[in-house]
Design a protein around this ligand. Structure first.
Ligand SMILES: [Zn+2]
Length: 428
């Protein structure tokens, strides 16, 4: 991994919230070995105070509170500003937008267009030297971020995506030979997660682990750390679209850390947003049985990355715990509301946003409309991705080529194609 600066001493350790087991961070560990209920490992940092590095502008500005052993100084970060356009339209007095994506006029330069780039930088910065191949799954945006960064820093990496997600994988540069993209025919995000688990085991790779990876959550949590530097205090409400909830959990963990450090009184209420259907987290929170699609519902969710069927809802430290602790709620927005919200945002904030971010804007609009959010509340809205049109204007993009497309019959049968194992095994 070139162009990195090694940090001198470990500045954090990992703790299990259930049995209080504590360990040094090997850069790969995902779970406590204790035989107990599922739990998300927590990070304890030596630095108890919030001390951004004034010499940095991107996410490594917060390296004291990141579980990393190296940094990439050129990494971008979130840009937070006080809204006038959307705030005026919704008649909200104090709305702040945490923008993640590509927006040169606001000095926001996440080149793959979403906050998944924050998690990718942080996960790569946590890895040990000479790591085994990193195996991960994605609905599209995480794949794009890891494809670009693993190629640039020459990290061996296998990325599993549903074939339907290949369309969003347009990159400026070709994949490096150490990065293998695997597409699954007729699969969804949840299928890709299960396939990546099996592939990682067969290869002896390091499963990236999604929400279980402390670096993924910490990278996404820099959204709040960036916002708290721009805002006069902690927001009352935090709005974000969620699939697995990794970003929202990370933000809640960071909010608790900020409160402990004396920055703010209480964590913001998490207002988490999903498509109207399917909405696995929303259904779990409401105690709904999984619902059937309405006959008139579109075949594809407005934002497919929000449809993870196995999110860490009930795990200790998972989505349910964060919602209960913060007094938060889960909301849904249908196609028409999300579409209208995307147009509204483009009209009043003058930038295109990703479908998931549009779902969050639609839910905020509804929550203000029905009085859930008072008009004088301080609200932080996470625009998790945007500026894709600007990226296309500024750079020539080419589709990323998968090393193989696994037929539906094969992955349904739980088979790992021999050719695929051979081509990925050379990464070791
Ligand atoms: Zn434990």
């Amino acid at each position: 991994m070139p162009s990195e600066a090694l940090l001198n001493t470990p500045h954090h350790s990992l703790i299990c919230p259930v049995c209080a087991w504590r360990t040094d961070d090997d850069g790969l560990l995902l779970d406590c070995p204790g035989a107990h209920e599922r739990a998300l490992l927590q990070v304890e940092y030596r630095a108890r105070r919030f001390t951004p590095d004034p010499a940095r502008t991107g996410l490594f500005r917060y390296r004291d509170w990141l579980p990393v052993r190296r940094e990439f100084p050129e990494a971008g970060g979130t840009v937070t500003y006080r809204s006038t356009g959307l705030a005026g339209s919704l008649r909200l007095r104090d709305l702040w937008i945490a923008f993640n994506g590509y927006w040169p006029e606001r000095a926001c330069a996440l080149e793959t267009g979403t906050f998944k780039e924050l998690e990718a930088f942080c996960v790569l910065a946590r890895l040990p030297d000479d790591p085994p191949p990193l195996v991960l799954s994605s609905a599209g945006n995480t794949a794009a971020a890891f494809a670009v960064l693993a190629s640039r820093y020459r990290v061996p990496c296998v990325i599993v995506v549903p074939a339907s997600g290949l369309g969003t994988l347009a990159l400026r540069e070709p994949l490096a030979p150490c990065v293998r993209l695997v597409a699954l025919e007729q699969a969804d995000y949840s299928d890709a997660i299960l396939f990546a688990d099996a592939l990682s085991g067969a290869l002896g790779g390091a499963l990236e682990g999604g929400t279980r990876n402390v670096a993924r959550r910490a990278g996404l949590a820099t959204v709040l750390l960036s916002a708290i530097e721009a805002m006069p205090g902690m927001p009352d409400f935090y709005f974000q679209a969620v699939g697995s909830g990794a970003g929202a959990i990370g933000v809640h963990e960071a909010a608790r850390r900020l409160v402990d450090a004396g920055t703010g009184q209480v964590p913001p209420r998490l207002m988490l947003c999903q498509n109207a259907f399917p909405a696995p987290l929303y259904d779990a929170w409401r105690g709904n049985r999984p619902r059937q699609a309405a006959p008139s519902a579109p075949l594809r969710a407005f934002a497919p990355e929000l449809t993870n069927r196995h999110p860490p809802y009930a795990a200790s430290g998972g989505v349910r715990d964060c919602l209960v602790e913060s007094g938060g709620d889960l909301m849904i927005a249908d196609h028409a509301a999300a579409d209208a919200a995307r147009d509204l945002f483009a009209d009043v904030e003058h930038i295109d946003i990703e479908p998931a971010a549009a779902v969050a804007v639609a839910c905020l609009r509804e929550a203000v409309g029905d009085g859930t959010v008072p008009r004088d509340a301080t609200v932080l809205l996470n625009i998790t991705g945007g500026g894709r049109r600007r990226i296309a204007q500024h750079a020539a993009l080419s589709p990323a080529d998968p090393v193989t497309v696994v037929p539906a019959a094969d992955w349904h049968a739980g088979e790992l194609p021999t050719d695929l194992l051979r081509t990925c095994a050379v990464l070791r």
